[in-house]
Write a protein that binds this ligand. Structure first.
Ligand code: SF4
Ligand code: FES
Length: 257
């Protein structure tokens, strides 16, 4: 396959970027999208040019690092797929492909197609964990959990923190991501001691980072490579409302339930 690529090139966060056209020649349809970019980069390096910078790590759809907007869609048109798992057989010979970074103010471009996703790390640090000691795997498994609840937790835990939901949203809302992180603990008993603090702190961190609000466009769900449902956004809203009616633990009367 021979393709024409229009790639966003930007030297640094302070410099303006622009789309630059490259030819990708002799691409094998079984290559992944990132392998296709590897081939283009080898050509650029041989010519003494700066290779295209893009993020990746596992290349197995599990780390959430790959982040390209392909022809206007985060992770490309293939649903439920990360860029690293997207194969060139889904494109056709002679096609022109536009490749851009995630576009959202809380994710500034560092170089070319690489964005700074540390805003997500700060949201997780605000409460996306359990600090209670739940014991080892046998102890944790000794607590009976209805299968339906366990499935809801597992579905939410599938979120890999890639940020495509933000990139697809006209408001750069991170509510699908935050909802998934809140939901994965909400449906497990180990997540309950910090339930109210978690949702309060994570939503406050999300707002501080400059992410917008959800207006039910559902684009986040459409592009999510892990098929996270907007159900978790409804759950996030319910959790926040519930926490608003419960004072923080320090102010609660001793023995209050
Ligand atoms: S909810 Fe989906 S799109 Fe958003 S960060 Fe998680 S895996 Fe990525
Ligand atoms: S490189 Fe890890 S999910 Fe794509």
């Amino acid at each position: 396959m021979n393709l024409t690529l229009r790639v966003w090139r930007q030297k640094s966060p302070r410099e303006a970027g622009r789309l630059v056209t490259y030819q990708a020649r002799d691409i094998i349809p079984d290559m992944s999208f990132l392998e296709m970019l590897d081939v283009v980069n080898e050509g650029l390096i041989l010519k003494g040019e700066d290779p295209i910078a893009f993020d990746h790590d596992c290349r197995e759809g599990i780390c959430g690092m790959c982040s390209l907007v392909i022809n206007g869609v985060p992770h490309g048109h293939q649903s439920g797929t990360t860029v690293c798992q997207l194969h060139m057989r889904h494109f056709h010979d002679g096609q022109t492909i536009t490749i851009e970074p995630w576009r959202a103010r809380p994710f500034p471009v560092l170089k070319d197609l690489i964005i700074d996703r540390s805003a997500f790390d700060r949201i997780i640090q605000a409460g996306g964990f359990t600090s209670v000691n739940a014991g080892g795997a046998p102890d944790a498994n000794a607590i009976p959990i209805p299968k339906e609840e366990a499935e809801l937790a597992m579905d939410a835990a599938a979120c890999i923190g890639c940020g495509a939901c933000v990139a697809a949203c006209k408001n750069a809302s991170a509510m699908l991501f935050v909802g998934a992180k809140v939901s994965q603990f909400l449906h497990l008993p180990q997540g309950h001691p910090e339930r109210e603090a978690r949702v309060r702190n994570m939503v406050a961190a999300m707002d501080r980072e400059g992410f917008g609000n959800c207006t039910n466009t559902y684009e986040c769900e459409a592009v999510c490579p892990k098929n996270i449902s907007v159900r978790v956004i409804a759950e996030l809203n319910r959790e926040l409302r519930r926490a608003a009616f419960r004072p923080p633990p320090a102010k609660r009367a001793v023995g209050a339930g």
